[in-house]
Ligand binder design. Sequence first.
Ligand code: NAP
Length: 259
Amino acid sequence: MFTLINGYTIIVTGGSKGIGRGIATAFAKQGANVMIAARDIQTATHTINELQQYSGQVEFYQCDVSDWQSVSNLINHTVKTFGQLDVMCANAGSYPMQSIEQMSPDDWDSILENNLKSSFMCVKAAMPHLAQSGHGRVILTSSITGAMTGVPGFSHYGASKAGQLGFMRTAAMELARHKITVNAILPGNIYTEGLKDLGQDYLDAMAAAIPLKRIGDVEDIGNTALFLASKEAAYITGQSIVVDGGQTLPESLGALEDC
Ligand code: NAP
């Protein structure tokens, strides 16, 4: 049984849907104060209303994580609302599929800013408050894509997700003096709203390529984040936790068929 985190304050960027919503839900269920940050108010309102059933207080702040002033305002608003900040989940990200041939230099910059520069800016703005909490946590949502595997069409995305890990290792060292840990979760294929549109045949093929024979749930990622935020995880820093049902394990199709 892990020490409860009720009363903690957590920010989840991209908490309005998908994996971020899974993380926000896991913390709200445990009685944490959750600030959800995203751009679209309508989607966020729907999520906030749904999360009111849990014991934690859940609020929304409209924020664009690729903009420094917006990230700064998010942190200040959160501390003003809840009085503290204990956990920063830099989860927001986007993954448009584009081959290198189709991709313009501006397309590249836009994904690197949205997924990688945003992680740096979230950490920079949150640092003083996480230090003050005495048990600060940074949890980055990276991916197996780029960090461990390659997928055609995701060169910019893969670079941003691998880049998060490079940033994380040095950030973990710089923030250690403030007793803040910095870790990353590397999800495999997780069942989010976007995946539903791909059709059952596609989803079945995806699941068949995973040793545990199912696509991950957002709860799988939420629970991992919860563990990293717990007191019991206080000695883990600068690490990547792969949550992929074994997707990156098989070294050949034959090995997968034997699972
Ligand atoms: P999603 O369902 O598309 O949700 C993305 C979230 O991020 C939304 O809340 C979106 O809200 C927010 N967001 C995107 N850009 C933003 C910006 N500039 N400022 C503020 N909020 C922004 O995506 P997801 O699949 O849950 O992915 C979440 C994270 O998990 C990403 O970092 C992704 O790389 C990673 N991941 C996902 C999977 C997977 O299988 N789904 C696998 C590995 C890693 P608004 O659009 O309203 O801003």
